[in-house]
Design a protein around this ligand. Structure first.
Ligand code: ZN
Length: 326
């Protein structure tokens, strides 16, 4: 059962919102565009994993993606699988070419299709550290009795995996191709026969992790040194993509192509949260949507399924990106 779905990386969504709301000739446009593909390809690799996870996604296996927890430091896990007998941390790499694990120097040498050789630190070491952090986190919650296993998954079916002769057998078992995930869970069920979490405590642990999950704060304007005043305000027309639609009789009407829409503000509200990382109140809503009516802004805010905080006059709204997987 997927408890926390994978979202198109928040970073990708933030960058796309930014590109959509700066002028076509903004000096940073080419920089933002050039930076986008690397974030998109990481997401595609992880998405391939979901096909194989479907085989084990049942009541017994709880799957949480992109989990970031805090001890003294934050630690992030690609995918966390919790079942009654064990927890599995999965790190996914979408690498191609020949990937050689060198145990002596604890490094990985990748040779791509064109013969280009690159050295990386061993990603398995990184997952080991995540395991230590998760153990510590569970200890603090009095849940130290659950065994934690790790897996380094290569999602590109053409990747060739090799390892030096002195690679420990335990490490070799932790490095897998994507199509071996199901087999790996069977092996782990065989290894950990004892039930550590009953149905209720499994659910409780998943909820606890969701509760403490703290997504990384990315200030996308700061990242690309964009001034807030460079952001184009208003509701974008879903037809001609121009700004800004005008509000009349409970609808948005485009002054350029005359299309009308009742929901065109949804994208604008999401853009606000993607770009500004701040809460939204009635005034900032009117300011961003270029809306004069306080009543209209109140109705729009109430209809957007936002998370309200504060009382009537000082009410502000937050937005959950997790609940809204496009
Ligand atoms: Zn239009």
């Amino acid at each position: 059962m997927v408890i926390k779905p994978r979202m198109p990386s928040l970073r990708v969504r933030k960058q796309k919102a930014l590109l959509n709301r700066i002028s076509p000739n903004h000096k940073m446009r080419s920089v933002i565009m050039a930076d986008l593909p690397k974030w998109e390809s990481g997401y595609r690799g992880e998405k391939d994993v979901d096909y194989y996870l479907d085989f084990i996604a049942n009541e017994k296996f709880h799957i949480l993606h992109d989990v970031r927890l805090l001890n003294n430091h934050a630690f992030q896990m690609d995918t966390l699988i919790i079942c009654p007998n064990f927890i599995l941390i999965m790190e996914v790499k979408n690498w191609s070419g020949t990937i050689y694990f060198d145990a002596q120097f604890d490094q990985v040498i990748r040779t791509d299709e064109n013969g280009k050789v690159e050295r990386f630190s061993n990603p398995l070491t990184q997952v080991h550290l995540q395991r230590v952090q998760l153990m510590k986190w569970l200890q603090n919650k009095n849940l130290s009795h659950i065994p934690i296993e790790i897996a380094l998954i290569f999602s590109n079916p053409k990747a060739i995996l090799k390892a030096s002769d002195d690679m420990p057998l335990d490490s070799l078992k932790q490095i897998r191709h994507l199509d071996q995930i199901f087999q790996m869970t069977l092996e782990l069920e065989e290894k950990y026969k004892k039930i550590r979490l009953n149905h209720v405590s499994l659910k409780k642990l998943s909820s606890l992790i969701l509760q403490y999950d703290t997504p990384l704060f990315i200030d996308i304007l700061k990242t690309f040194q964009i001034n807030r005043s460079d952001i184009i305000k208003g509701v974008q027309c879903p037809g001609c993509l121009k700004f800004a639609m005008k509000r009349a009789h409970g609808k948005w009407i485009c002054p350029h192509c005359s299309i009308s829409s009742k929901t065109a503000h949804h994208q604008a509200i999401e853009d606000f949260f993607l770009l500004f990382n701040s809460q939204l109140n009635n005034k900032s809503c009117r300011d961003f949507l270029l809306l004069s009516s306080r009543g209209a802004a109140t109705r729009i805010l109430a209809s957007m399924n936002l998370i309200p905080t504060g009382n009537f006059r000082g009410r502000k709204y937050r937005y959950s990106f997790i609940d809204r997987v496009p």
